[in-house]
Design a protein around this ligand. Structure first.
Ligand code: SF4
Length: 342
């Protein structure tokens, strides 16, 4: 079924990436969508990782660790140590570190004990070095000249900051000999994917440059419309980049790209999962298409809760078809994360 919205196209790109993305060096990979920083959200994110490291990461469970928790876990000592002696100065008040220590202990990711008034910590296991590369893909199914003009500065910002290792634009294939996207003003460092959304395939028609994620980045704050005034920018520290990259990878690990079921209404009687050669996708029987995230809500005029009888006729009691859809999507996400309990 041909996608008729950016969301439907985005799911096609995620499905393709999950099926066909091949990291160069034997890394594993998984896919997530709608992740990034406060300033920038990427549509599709491919996280390439060390396969053994990924299995070790799975021992910490499916839930993401934020930057504060990562600071504790990555510096936790092998032997009991007063936490202020074990951890580097976080650059923010120690009371927040104590909160993170308690949260990590509640998640069985850290051992803690009290000696006198002092909290001592000890790692349960080393937090692994599992992240290798982050690939960001911007989805623009219909890349008109004006959409391309809007997109080019965003990609320039991505290239200047170099938070992701590669930046791509994915657009629908037009079948023309020279894809129009190649004739636009895209930065040469960004790659171009042309996607056949009906067959769920993609061609890499322009290779991106690998970005310098370990070097300082440049955040472009303000780019004047005319060429005569200077742009405003600030330098971004490599440590900040390293920390943000791992936090993004952690979020991607938890969410994947099937988390749409958490914000849509799989408990609506019209919500279905359908499958074709491109993969499994959500479908609204009332609208006869892939529902958009913004419309598939309780306020949707066609929303009808699944009848209570559905919850007892052969469906597990905890949720009916809507709950079963969520569990199915969750199982599929877990399959991409080796070592996680089903
Ligand atoms: S009818 Fe509305 S709420 Fe129900 S599945 Fe369709 S879009 Fe979602």
């Amino acid at each position: 079924m041909a996608p008729d919205s950016e969301f439907a196209f985005e799911l096609r790109v995620c499905q393709w990436a999950e099926r066909a993305w091949e990291p160069a060096d034997g890394s594993g990979a998984f896919v997530a969508r709608q992740l990034g920083t406060k300033h920038r959200r990427w549509d599709t994110v491919v996280v390439e990782c060390d396969p053994d490291g990924l299995r070790e990461r799975a021992k910490f469970g499916a839930e993401a660790f934020d930057s504060d928790l990562l600071h504790v876990l990555r510096n936790a000592p092998a032997d009991w140590t007063y936490y202020r002696d074990a951890l580097p100065d976080p650059g923010y008040p120690w009371r927040y570190v104590r909160e993170s220590i308690h949260e990590a202990a509640d998640r069985d990711a850290l051992d803690t004990r009290k000696r006198g008034n002092r909290i001592q910590i000890r790692r349960v296991r080393p937090y692994p070095d599992w992240l290798r590369r982050i690939v960001a893909i911007e989805n623009k199914p219909d890349l008109t000249a004006s959409a391309a003009r809007d997109l080019a500065p965003q990609l320039e910002r991505d290239v200047a900051l170099s938070l992701a290792d590669e930046v791509w634009v994915a657009t629908a294939a037009t079948g023309e000999r020279v894809e129009p996207v190649l004739l636009t003003d895209m930065p040469a460092a960004a790659g171009v994917l042309t996607v056949d959304p009906e067959r769920g395939t993609a061609d890499e028609v322009w290779q991106p440059r690998s970005l310098s994620v370990d070097d300082p980045g440049t955040r472009i704050l303000d780019r004047p419309a005319d060429d005569h005034s200077a742009a405003r920018f600030e330098y971004v520290d490599p440590d900040w980049k390293r920390e943000r990259r791992l936090a993004i990878a952690e979020r991607a690990y938890e969410r994947g790209w099937r988390a749409y079921a958490d914000t849509m209404r799989p408990d609506c009687r019209h919500f279905q999962l359908r499958a074709d050669e491109t993969g499994v996708y959500p479908y609204c029987a009332a609208k006869e298409r892939v529902p958009r995230v913004a419309e598939c809500r309780g306020a949707c005029p066609s929303y009808e809760p699944e009848p209570p009888a559905w919850r007892s006729m052969g469906w597990p009691l905890d949720g009916g078809p809507g709950g079963a859809i969520k569990r199915l999507l969750d199982r599929r996400r877990r399959r991409q994360r080796p070592g996680l309990q089903e």
